[in-house]
Ligand binder design. Structure first.
Ligand code: AP5
Ligand code: MG
Length: 208
């Protein structure tokens, strides 16, 4: 299963990717997670991408595409993967198309209003990476693994607004996958479990 999850910032891509990867035992590749881990380790890449992420802008293709290409060439991606947050522009979709044949591009869709509500309460688990929400914590800790949680730097209200304004997925990316016959769209307004049922019915079609 070679899948990409498209969608606006905060629509639930990471949440759905985690559930898919657990069920189907696939690697979860999130460009945002790769960038954040480079920032926290202070690598040269981390230093270059920080200002883009902090200002809610997209990281330029020359820093993004090669990272994904290298990651997809690793052995654990041979039989499938879930790519979360890539591609976001047509140039990235074209670059990806040159190295893999995707099975599905699934849009995890949500209104801006609900995104702002969810991101203002998002907490990230330091231990398992689960994106969770302030309402779901158990004794202030991750409901899944009991790990400490933190607030992402780019979840500040002004940055969320900038991300929504600057990072709308271009229609040409959607059209690219519609033309290939692999595009699907799921509303994430339901609970994460119900949203996953809809995602999973799309995935089961691939497996047939
Ligand atoms: P990235 O980390 O990918 O951020 P994003 O796209 O803004 O998406 P998020 O991770 O914020 O949200 P999500 O859709 O994963 O939602 P989540 O599951 O957490 O990228 C960060 C930055 O890196 C970008 O801004 C950009 O600068 C750069 N970047 C990354 N990829 C790039 C690329 N390809 N090109 C250029 N630049 C790139 O859920 C959100 C919240 O909602 C959580 O609190 C969660 O618990 C909650 N939630 C989830 N589902 C539900 C539900 N069904 N009901 C209620 N609450 C829910
Ligand atoms: Mg995410």
């Amino acid at each position: 299963m070679k899948i990409v999850l498209l969608g606006p910032p905060g629509s639930g891509k990471g949440t759905q990717a985690n559930i898919i990867c657990q069920k189907y035992n696939l690697p979860h590749i999130s460009t945002g997670d790769i960038f954040r881990s480079n920032i926290s380790q202070g690598t040269p890449l981390g230093k270059k991408v920080k200002e883009y992420i902090d200002s809610g802008s997209l990281v330029p293709d020359e820093l993004t595409i090669s990272i994904v290409e290298d990651r997809l060439r690793q052995d654990d991606c041979k039989d499938g993967f879930v790519l979360d947050g890539f591609p976001r522009v047509l140039s990235q979709a074209i670059a990806l198309d040159k190295i893999v044949n995707l099975d599905k591009a699934i849009m995890i869709d949500l209104s801006d209003e609900e995104i702002v509500r969810r991101l203002s309460g998002r907490r990230m688990c330091k231990k398992c990476g689960n994106p969770t929400h302030i309402d779901w914590l158990k004794n202030g800790k991750c409901e899944k693994c009991g790990g400490e949680v933190y607030v992402r730097d780019d979840d500040k209200e002004e940055t969320v607004k900038a991300r929504l304004a600057k990072q709308k997925l271009p229609q040409e990316v959607i059209d690219f996958y519609i033309k290939k016959g692999i595009y699907a769209k799921v509303s994430a307004l339901d609970t994460k479990e119900k949203t996953f049922e809809k995602v999973d019915s799309i995935l089961r079609e691939i497996k047939k």
